[in-house]
Every structure is written in C-alpha cells, then in structure tokens.
Ligand binder design. Structure first.
Ligand SMILES: Cc1cc2nc3c(=O)[nH]c(=O)nc-3n(C[C@H](O)[C@H](O)[C@H](O)COP(=O)(O)OP(=O)(O)OC[C@H]3O[C@@H](n4cnc5c(N)ncnc54)[C@H](O)[C@@H]3O)c2cc1C
Length: 487
C-alpha cells in the first residue's frame, strides 16, 4: 500500500496520531499488532488525563515538577497541557463524560474500553485505513537513511504486508517485559528496536521500573483502590506503608520476605460506589472467586510496568515529536516522557495527556514531512530476529523471554538495583543477545515471536545499561549502593 503517513500501533497514541494526520489532510494507514480499539494498555484500564484549565497550567506544571528530579522541561509540559485542552473535547460526542455545571467534566476517569472504541470510530470516520492484526516487524529506509515505510506480517490473512509512506509515526507503546500486566502482552518494544536500527536514540531508560498492585491470582493491576488497603504479612502482622513512591519499595521488600495480603477496608464509600462505574472490570476477578475485596483478605503481587508508567523511551525533539531519523516520528509511551515528568512515573494523568498531545503533534508534522518526501527505492532495516548475522539455528524463544521476564521484573533485580547485580543481569542478557542476534529468525507468526523476543531482549539490555550508568538514586531509579541525587 501507499500512504502519506503510516502509523504503527493501535492504542491511545496511535489513534490520536492517525486522527490528527487525517484531519491535516493526510492519506493515513494505521497498522496494529492487535485489533485497534481493544489493544494497548488503556483499553483494559481506566485513565485520567492531565486536563487543566489554562489559568492553572503554570501552577500544575510547577507542582508536578517539584518531584521530577530536575530532569523535566517546563515549556514542553505546558505545551502538553495546552494541546490536551485543545484536543480532548473531540471525544465529547462519543464518550459520556459526566456533566458538571452544564459542561462535560473531562478531568474525570475515562473507561478504557469505551474510550478506545470511540477512538477507533473517530479514526475510521476520518478516512484512515485500519489494518488490524498487522504487526510491523521492520522499517523501510531510503538510500539517504530517511524512513519511507514499514513491513510486517498479516497474522490472520497470512503472508506479509508493506506500506510505502512519506513519513512513519511509531506509537507501539511502552514495554512491560511480559510481566502479565493486563493488556500489555503486545507491548514488547518492537518500535524501540525498529527505531534504534534506523539510527534513533533512547533516553531515560533507567526510569523503567514502575510497579502496580494486583491480586496474586489475577492480572488486574490497579492503583487507586489499593491506596485504601490494610496490608499484612503471612503472620497477620500489619505492614506500615509510607505514602508516595516509597510505598511500592516497602511492599516489594515485604514480598521478597514472603506473601503479602490486603483488605481494602479503608476504601471510603465514594470509592466503592465509583469503582464499578469508572473501572468495571476491577471487581470481576473477586466476584468470580466469591471474594469481597473490601472485607476479605486476599494475597497481592506487584506487576512490572517497565516503560509504560515508567518513562524511558525514544528521544524526541520538541516541538513535533520527530526522532533523530528523518521521516520517523514517535508518539505516546514509545517516546521518552522524561521531559514531561522527569524521573518519576507518568501515570496518574500526564501519560494520557502526552498520548493525546504527542499524537497530535506527530500526526500533523508527519503530514507536513510527507509532502516533501521523494519516491526513492526502499531497503528493509530489520536485523535481530529477522536477518541473523550468522547461521540460522533454533533458539528457545520462550526460554529467552523467561530470562528477560525475571531480570526485568524481579524486585531484587529491577527495583532494588546495585552495580554487581546490574552487571550480572547485563552479562546474562548480553550472552543471550549474541545467540539471538546471530541465529534467530522465523516465518509467518513465528516471525512475530522471533522479533518480539529480540525486542524484549534489546530493551532489557538498554534498561540495565542505563541503570548501571546512573550511579545515584533518582526518582524511580533506586540504587541501593548509591547516593541520593542532589537534584
Ligand atoms: C492499569 C493502568 C492504569 C493507567 N492509568 C493511567 C491514568 O490514569 N492516567 C494516565 O495518564 N496514564 C495511565 N496509564 C498509562 C496509559 O494507559 C498509557 O500511557 C497509554 O496507554 C499509552 O498509550 P500508547 O498508545 O502509547 O500505548 P498502548 O496503549 O500500550 O498501545 C500500544 C499499541 O501498539 C501496538 N503495537 C505494539 N507493537 C506493535 C507492532 N510491532 N506493530 C503494530 N502495532 C504494535 C499494540 O497493539 C497497541 O495497540 C495507565 C496504565 C495502566 C497499565
């Protein structure tokens, strides 16, 4: 196929990108690994946007950046607030925000499944051609190194696909390292690997270790309701939890000692009333087991979110979300959100606002770029997992992914970090990388598994490398052998 703009991904950022590009007059193709409208981590959750009245923008950014570790960019965060204020009302006709004082309350939590369904509708009506179940495997480059399209596999119809485009926007999400976080199975870092192969840079990769509570018997990760729990160890002794980000560290330390239980008995009435409305799937795993989370004690776990509500990713240049590679743009969680939130998590509202605003900027800029792009021949850029550097051999991809899962999720390796531990992890991952890079490839659906394995491994190495280099504790990057950063 040919298009002005190819958007890779089908989640929050991809749909806002495709909408903006189509509204700017572009001929747009969107290729998703899953089914656009149900894929990505917002579709299974409920999200709140950083949606602030213009007169409060300065204050909101200043307050947020007080905890950013000195890494955030005040002006860039203000731009996010301005664009989100401008763009989010596009959802009004298709999503039933509660009405307050006669106007939709867009600061309210948005139910993920309905949000993404509405976004698919908006994108479809804007004339975007949607390719569901079309995972992208690699970028296509022009002789001058600029990006001119992408190629992948048709998972349901069989065969392969190729789109030649004036510009490509990556919106493939963050990477959750197969932690079993709900909705994140397809978030394997494919976009990061494709971009780096084309010459893009990454930043903030050490800030990639955000964790969320879930019942031990379920993948239903949630944040807000768990603030109201009483936590106990196996002996029934209460675990005293501090407020703020240190809470997870205390919980993780307790989980390393043994099972941890909670009862959400401190949840006020308004939370109990609101949960079924804003996050209808939250109660399902409990209901199926005959449990009442507000009165019964149940075991919990912390699921890794990697770079989803952790914030590292592709470096983009303000103001249009271009990467270092001409013709390649990035939107949403695949991009570094360090300029917006610094060293702390992008959850709790900035991430969604970033998906809306970065998608808007990238979509519009991609259309502008496409108008200047030539029609030179294209060459595929994919390497690891596609074109091995040595002799093809069978690689135990499930085994490789198990190792990545452990190195990037285990609390004592990823949350509590020290030099010897990081070096040991890196050495393990580097050994596997040598094997994967030189021998792994696949056909059809196996091609997707091969590429996902390579991407997960590549992302794991970049995280450990960045974590090793930043010797001080800063934000979510906690070095047990380092000093607290001065910032
Ligand atoms: C439980 C939970 C609660 C959250 N709550 C909030 C909140 O209240 N406020 C907030 O700001 N943020 C919140 N977040 C974060 C927010 O959901 C994300 O920042 C947002 O979903 C990012 O959108 P995205 O499109 O970049 O990535 P995703 O939504 O993860 O979408 C990634 C997309 O890329 C596709 N894809 C991946 N690889 C390929 C490939 N190779 N080819 C084609 N397509 C591909 C996937 O299929 C998917 O469609 C929450 C996250 C979780 C997990």
């Amino acid at each position: 196929m040919n298009a002005d703009v190819l958007v890779i991904g089908g989640g929050l950022a991809a749909t806002w990108t495709a909408l903006a590009a189509a509204q700017a007059g572009g001929d747009v193709v969107l290729a998703d690994k899953g089914y656009c409208g149900t894929s990505g981590v917002t579709a299974t959750a409920g999200v709140t946007h950083w949606f602030v009245r213009p007169e409060d923008h300065e204050r909101a950014v200043t307050e947020r950046h007080a905890h950013a570790g000195g890494l955030a960019d005040h002006e860039q965060a203000l731009r996010v607030l301005r664009t989100t204020w401008e763009r989010l009302p596009a959802l009004d006709r298709y999503y039933p925000f509660p009405v307050r004082d006669g106007v939709p309350d867009r600061t309210h939590n948005v139910r993920g499944p309905e949000y993404l369904r509405a976004m698919r509708g908006l994108v479809h009506r804007a004339g975007v051609r949607i390719l569901d179940h079309h995972p992208a495997l690699e970028l296509l480059l022009r002789p001058d190194g600029s990006v001119g399209g992408a190629a992948g596999v048709r998972r349901q119809a069989g065969g392969t696909w190729q789109v030649r485009a004036g510009a490509v926007v990556l919106a493939t999400g963050g990477t959750a390292f197969r932690s079993h976080l709900l909705g994140s199975r397809g978030n394997t870092g494919d976009g990061h690997l494709m971009a780096v192969e084309a010459g893009a840079r990454l930043s903030g990769m050490e800030f990639s270790n955000y964790y969320t509570l879930a019942p031990a018997f379920s993948t239903m990760a949630r944040s807000m309701s768990y603030l109201f729990g009483t936590y106990t160890d196996a002996g029934g002794h209460e675990i005293a939890l501090p407020s703020g980000p240190d809470r997870n560290r205390v919980l993780a330390a307790a989980l390393l000692r043994g099972p941890v239980f909670t009862t959400l008995d401190r949840a006020p009435d308004w939370v109990r009333r609101t949960m079924p409305v804003v996050q209808p799937n939250f109660l399902l795993p409990f209901t199926r087991r005959g449990l009442d989370p507000y009165t019964d004690r149940f075991e919990v776990t912390l699921l890794g979110e990697g770079t989803i509500r952790g914030v590292g990713g592709l470096t983009v240049t303000a103001p249009d979300c271009a990467t270092d590679v001409p013709g390649l743009f990035a939107a949403g969680d695949v991009a570094s959100r360090v300029p917006i939130v610094g060293a702390i998590s992008g959850g709790g509202s900035p991430n969604s606002a970033w998906a809306v605003s970065s998608g808007t900027w990238a979509g519009r800029a991609a259309v502008r770029h496409a108008r200047t792009a030539g029609s030179a021949p294209l060459r595929p850029a994919g390497r690891a997992g596609i074109r091995p550097s040595g002799r093809t051999a069978t690689v135990d991809t499930a085994g490789v992914i198990d190792v990545v899962r452990d190195e990037l999720n285990a609390y004592d390796k990823n949350m509590f970090r020290d030099g010897p531990g990081l070096r040991a992890s890196l050495s393990t991952l580097n050994t596997l990388w040598t094997e994967v890079e030189s021998a792994l490839t696949g056909e059809g659906r196996d091609a997707v598994a091969a590429r996902e394995t390579a991407a997960l491994l590549a992302m794991g190495r970049w995280v450990k490398e960045a974590a090793l280099r930043r010797r001080e504790t800063l934000g979510m990057h906690w070095r047990t052998d380092g000093q607290e950063a001065a910032a």
